[in-house]
Design a binder for this molecule. Structure first.
Ligand code: NDP
Length: 436
């Protein structure tokens, strides 16, 4: 906390990991890592770039934003992690995301280090031309620091296929290289099938594994989902495909409650609304005749399972209590760090299923890793091949969490399992590489 004043999100993410790792370091098995000060080293970024992003709006006014790239740790592979464009972006948020990414990428079984970047630019309400000019300016600086074997950014909040296209175009123009320096590309120029679906699908596959561990399944379960962006959309698609019912969606203005359930047709309408018309989720309530709750989050709606898929710290202790009181049996983080520490403590105390994002939302970056492999091989794998690899990876991550996370009475503490398994792989690589 003293080293990182004014970085509450970063401190929160480190504390969550330290809560598991510090006791382990006190044991005989942890001695080598303690002596080599691995925890102190992984909490310090390898390097951080901060830069000015000047661009011109449609009215001819000069605009200035701030750009960042946090290269956190490359012990097991090139830095890998998304770019976020949102007004709330600051150094603390990106350091927390980059730190989480290190352990998440380690869990995927793929050779990927951890990084994160972005800008306080708000794509909402901007024209395509403005977004393009911003992306070109952002990449003009970022291109100096990334590369297919150095650092491979991807999308995140506010960075979808439109933005990745503009960023890739500018990188290619500057470097004169056609290579897989970004993931989340469109299919025509090196993208992978299933990458857009991967985070949401992956979280659903992970929750299915957790339910299976308890002798249960997804069929017939009522689910609440927050968000209505990339992760939320494909979480809903997979859940309804596997026989569950989804009754909520949200965005930063509030949530809709559709007791009839979001059908495939309604979801298609949401995808058009959010991805092309760039509208608000409140329009769903008008279109399909259900309730919209302005400025609220969906956690007080009764459900069996919850999938927070919007943003960090969107579910607090009070929300957790409401979920548990209303019969919720499991919470699976699609977003990064959506549940606040008090909420996580409550879920664990109640022995509810709780999947931390670094395990349950790792399907996105894992499929980005598969996109990098395809780019290097010059191949395009089929939808079925990538989906099968994604399912296998989520199942492997689940098994690792169980291996390291089983505590008393057979309860699996997935927070413990994910943190320990993620840490150990990175720590062993750092030990092997000496004092770097
Ligand atoms: P999108 O930009 O596609 O969607 C984000 C959604 O969350 C939108 O519905 C947005 O609403 C809502 N949201 C954003 N900020 C806030 C806020 N402060 N309060 C309430 N709602 C908010 O992003 P993604 O779906 O890609 O990402 C969602 C989460 O998942 C993030 O935490 C991200 O880091 C994480 N994640 C994403 C991965 C991916 O592959 N995309 C991979 C792993 C994790 P509005 O439109 O009103 O802003």
């Amino acid at each position: 906390k003293q080293r990182n004043p004014n970085e509450p999100e970063f401190v929160q993410a480190v504390e969550e990991v330290a809560e598991v790792i510090v006791p382990f370091l006190q044991t005989d098995a942890g001695k080598a890592y303690r002596d080599a000060k691995i925890l102190e080293r992984v909490t310090e970024a390898d390097r951080i770039f901060m830069f000015r992003v000047p661009w011109m709006d449609d009215q001819g006014n000069y605009q200035i934003n701030r750009g960042y790239r946090v290269q956190m740790n490359n012990a097991i592979g090139p830095y890998k992690g998304g770019l976020r464009f949102h007004p709330s972006v600051n150094l603390s948020v990106l350091k927390f995301l980059a730190f989480e990414q290190v352990f998440k990428n380690s869990l995927t079984t793929l050779p990927l280090g951890g990084g994160k970047g972005g800008s306080d630019f708000d794509p909402k309400g901007k024209s395509d031309d403005e977004v393009m000019r911003f992306c070109q300016s952002f990449m003009t600086e970022l291109a100096k620091h990334i590369g297919a074997y150095t650092d491979v950014p991807a999308g995140d909040i506010g960075v979808g296929s439109r933005e990745i296209g503009f960023l890739f175009g500018q990188y290619k123009r500057i470097k004169d290289h056609f290579m897989g320096v970004l993931t989340g590309k469109s299919l025509q120029y090196g993208g992978s099938l299933i990458r857009p679906e991967a985070t949401g699908y992956g979280n659903v596959y992970f929750s299915r594994e957790m339910l299976k561990e308890r002798g249960d399944g997804l069929e017939g379960k009522t689910c609440v989902v927050s968000g209505s962006g990339n992760v939320a959309q494909f979480t809903v698609e997979r859940l309804i495909g596997l026989g569950a019912k989804v009754v909520t969606l949200s965005d930063s203005s509030g949530f809709i409650h559709d007791p009839q359930g979001v059908t495939a047709e309604k979801l298609e309408w949401v995808m058009d609304l959010k991805n092309y018309r760039r509208g608000r989720i409140s329009e769903y309530a008008r279109e399909f005749g259900c309730d919209f709750f302005e400025g609220e989050k969906p956690w007080r709606i009764g459900c069996d399972l919850a999938y927070p898929s919007a943003t960090q710290n969107e579910l607090d202790e009070r929300d957790a209590k409401a979920l548990l009181d209303n019969g919720c049996k499991g919470v699976f983080e699609g977003a990064n760090m959506p549940c606040m520490p008090g909420a996580i403590t409550l879920f664990r105390e109640h022995r509810a299923m709780f999947a931390p994002g670094k395990a349950s939302n790792a399907g996105g970056v894992a499929t980005s890793g598969l996109e990098m492999s395809q780019n290097k091989l010059g191949l395009t794998w089929s939808r079925e091949t990538v989906d099968e690899k994604l399912r296998d990876i989520m199942s492997d991550i689940h098994d690792k969490c169980v291996e390291h996370g089983r505590v008393d009475n057979g309860y699996v503490d997935y927070v413990r399992g994910a943190n320990l398994a993620g840490f150990l792989k990175v720590a062993d690589a750092m030990l092997a590489q000496g004092l770097v």
